[in-house]
Write a protein that binds this ligand. Sequence first.
Ligand code: ATP
Ligand code: MG
Length: 426
Amino acid sequence: MGGERKFRAVRGVKDILPEQVAAWRHVERTFREVFALYGYGEIRVPIFEETALFARSIGETSDIVEKEMYTFPDKSGNSLTLRPEGTASVVRAFMENSLDKLQPPVKLFYMGPMFRYERPQKGRFRQFHQIGCEFFGVAGPEADAELLQMVHYAFDRLGVPGLKLKINSLGDGECRPKYREALIDYFRPLAEKLCENCRRRLEANPLRVLDCKAASCRELRREAPRTGDFLCGDCGNHFQAVKGYLEEWGVPCTVDSEMVRGLDYYTRTTFELTSDRLGSQDAVAAGGRYDELVESFGGPPTPGLGFALGMERLVLLLPEGAGGGERVPPVFVAALGEEARRIGLRYVTELRRKGVPAALDYDGRSLKSQMRRADRMGARHVLILGDKELEAGRLLLRDMSTKEQEEVSIGSAVERAANLNRKAAE
Ligand code: ATP
Ligand code: MG
C-alpha cells in the first residue's frame, strides 16, 4: 500500500484554518459592504483562461508572463494558465457578455485565489488571494479619485493604521512613447550594468527597469527620467485633477514618480498602498487606469481602472482579534447516562433548529471533563442532565460566566437556554 507516505501542501501554498478564516471573512464582509455602497456588483470569473489572454494583456515582457505563470497544456493540447491576476479575465468577461453595451459605468468586483510561480517568502505565495474591482466607462479624473477614496475608506473601516498611498501617472498613448524613448536613451549606455533580465528587455520594455528589484538596477535608475516630466497636457491635467479631488476629500497620498507597476496595461494613474509593517513585501494593494486595454482586445474604446489587494498581507495588518466577534458561542449539553444522552442529542438538534449553535460530548465522559470541554469551546451556557435530573423531570442550566445555576423543566429547557444564549451573544 505504501501507506507511510505523508503528503504536504505544495510549496508556496497555504491552508487557511478556521481561526484565521474569521479575519478573512471580516475583510471580505467589509469590502462587500463598501463595494455595495459604491455601486459594484460581484463577478465570478474562471480560475483558468487561455494563456494568450494573460500574455497579451499583462504584457509578454512583464515578470508575471515571463517567469511567474502556471501554464499547462490540457488534454487536447490547449495552453491554459491559472490566473495570475483578475483584470484580464474581468475584461474578457466584460466583452464576452456584452457588458460593454450597457449604459456606463459598469462596476464589478471579485474575490478569489491567484497563482504565480514566485519564490515563496513572507507575504509572497504561489497561491494567494485577492479582492479587486474594475470600473469601466468613465474617463474623467472623478473615477480615479473615487476609486482611491473607496480603497482608503475600506481600509479605514478595517482599522488598518499607517498605510501609505503612493500615486503616479504613466501617461497615455500620446506621451508614453516619448517617455519610453527617453528611458531607452538613458539606460542604453548603462546596459552592461543592468541585470540580465533588464538588459534583454530594455528595448522592448524599458519601464521594467524602474520596477526591477535587483540592487544594480535600483542604483542605476536613481537619475533616470521621471514620468512626471513627460506627461502631455491632457495627462498632466488629469493627474492634477485627481490629486485635487483627493486633497478636497481628505484622502492623504504622495506622488511617487518612480512607481511604474509590473503590468503593462496601465495608462495614466497608477497607485500602490504600502505598509512599513510588512517588511520587504510591503505592498498591500495596487492598481491603476487602463484606458487602452478593452480596445486592444477588439472591444469598443472603453476607459477603465481598477485595483487589487493581497489578502495574505492585509490580514497581517488587522488589529488583534479582528472578526473574532462573529462567532456565537454554543450551548453545551452535558449529559450523563444513556437515557440522558438520548435526550441530550435531541436537545442539540432542537437548539440548532432554532438557530442556536449547540454541542455535546460524543464519548460519554465524566461530568467534570464535559464541563472542561464546554469551557474550552467558550460555551456561555451548559444544560446539565443526568439520570437523577431525568427522574425529577428537571435539569440544571448553568451560566458559565457567573457560575450560577437554575433549575428548568425538561419541557422548557431548550427554549430557556436558547433565549439566554441569544441574549448573551447580543
Ligand atoms: P509585488 O511588488 O509585491 O510583487 P505586484 O506588483 O506583483 O506585487 P499586483 O500584481 O499589483 O502585485 O497585485 C496586487 C497585490 O496582490 C499586491 O499588492 C500584493 O498585496 C498581492 N500579491 C501579489 N503577488 C503576491 C504573492 N505572490 N503572494 C501574496 N500576495 C501577492
Ligand atoms: Mg509581483
